[in-house]
Design a protein around this ligand. Structure first.
Ligand SMILES: *Cc1c(COP(=O)(O)O)cnc(C)c1O
Length: 389
């Protein structure tokens, strides 16, 4: 065997995003024991930094030792018991994954299905909640498979009104648009590290309300997966000083998350959100000047995930292959019903810079011209630059 040397890549797909050198070097610091007092102090600092990032001062916040899907599984498996009713909004791939998990938890699942590219309809969700007593409403705030943003505040409010707990997937939203767990009065909110937090994949920050914690301690039967059972997990992450072995925390991955949180607070959460919005406006102006169209209506677009329609005469995969080969640039393909029909361009965290926007427009126009689609790179860059000035 030989050491693996990854190629140089610029990550502008649906995640992972570019990881900054400061986070990469934090990951390489010496491993210490997970029960070392210094490490326990780091755990406490990460817990309070996550409360600040989620704006969830009264929630229990911890990073789960696995990617974003683990946050989803933890939320669903801890809150739902066999026979409970769950309403799940499905407007893309990740809502569908939540519905599958809720069925595996033994819940009676009602999905509220939407066309891909649409935000979740608050009125249709409310109609589903009104039909029968419901334990949980789950939905995705930022649907990465389509680029649509849903109204988390209104959806959490209808859940409360009908006595349901809310589960909100903020994997792609956290760090890129406003996530306001206290303002929404949301119950379980989870995220991932490799989208707008720009750390490597492998951790899932999660926040649980007091209501959710009470429901979990009062369960009739044990949570069926051991690792993600909050009743056990909180004996490890919960008590300062009184920590007992549960699993071995991914120590170096937590150094990386900690460093990415330091970077976000250095920049300022609001400043980072404004940066994502500006880069999105510049990218869209450039794409439209190049003759391309966006899938999602302007008012529902996510700044950090831009879904671009593939013109009918263009080979979708050949464009991605071109920009990867000639520019080391990764952009995403469509999933499910959008396969072959869209590209997904991420502007997440450290990948949301003017340099990324200009490089992506240049590479994309070159790839389109190679297929005889008349994309004018000069016009695209001028349109983007007018928004960046
Ligand atoms: C990426 C993503 C997930 C899954 O996260 P993994 O880290 O890939 O497990 C879940 N929900 C949304 C909205 C995502 O974008």
């Amino acid at each position: 065997m030989q050491s693996f040397q990854p190629p140089r890549r610029i990550l502008m797909g649906p995640g992972p995003s570019d990881v900054s050198p400061r986070v990469l070097s934090a990951l390489a610091r010496p491993t210490i024991g997970h029960l070392d007092p210094e490490f326990q102090a780091l755990m406490e600092e990460i817990k309070s930094a996550l409360q600040r990032l989620f704006n969830a001062p009264d929630h229990a916040c911890v990073p789960l030792p696995a990617p974003g899907t683990a946050g989803m599984e933890a939320a669903i498996m801890n809150l739902l018991e066999p026979g409970d009713r769950a309403v799940i909004a499905v407007n893309g791939a990740f809502g569908g994954r939540m519905a599958d998990m809720a069925g595996r938890a033994g819940a009676s699942v009602m999905t509220v299905d939407h066309d891909w590219g649409q935000p979740v309809s608050v009125a249709r969700v409310e109609a589903a909640l009104a039909q029968a007593p419901t334990k949980v409403l789950a939905f995705v705030h930022a649907e990465t498979s389509t680029g649509a943003r849903s109204d988390a505040a209104s959806l959490c409010a209808v859940a409360r009104k009908h006595g349901a707990l809310s589960i909100v997937d903020c994997v792609t939203s956290l760090g890129g648009i406003v996530v306001d767990v206290a303002g929404w009065d949301a119950d379980v909110v989870y995220s991932g590290t490799q989208k707008c937090l720009s750390a490597p994949p492998g951790l899932s920050p999660i926040a649980l309300s007091k209501r959710a914690q009470q429901v979990i301690t009062g369960r009739k039967e044990k949570v069926r997966n051991w690792l993600l059972d909050f009743n056990l997990l909180m004996s490890y992450w919960g008590g300062e000083g009184g920590r007992t072995y549960h699993h071995t925390a991914p120590i170096n991955a937590l150094y990386g998350l900690h460093e990415s949180l330091v970077a976000i607070f250095e920049e300022g959460q609001q400043a980072a959100i404004v940066r994502h919005a500006r880069m999105h406006e510049a990218l869209v102006a450039g794409l439209e000047a190049a003759g391309l169209k966006m899938l999602v209506a302007e008012k529902d677009r996510l700044p950090q995930l831009n879904t671009v329609c593939v013109p009918s005469e263009v080979d979708e995969g050949a464009v991605r292959a071109h920009v990867l080969k000639h520019w080391d640039l990764e952009i995403g393909a469509g999933l499910g019903p959008l396969k072959g029909k869209v590209w997904r361009i991420g502007l997440m965290g450290a990948s949301a810079t003017a340099w990324h926007v200009r490089l992506c427009l240049t590479a994309l126009c070159e790839a389109l011209v190679a297929q005889e689609f008349a994309a004018d790179v000069g016009a695209a860059l001028a349109a983007a630059d007018s928004r960046l000035a």
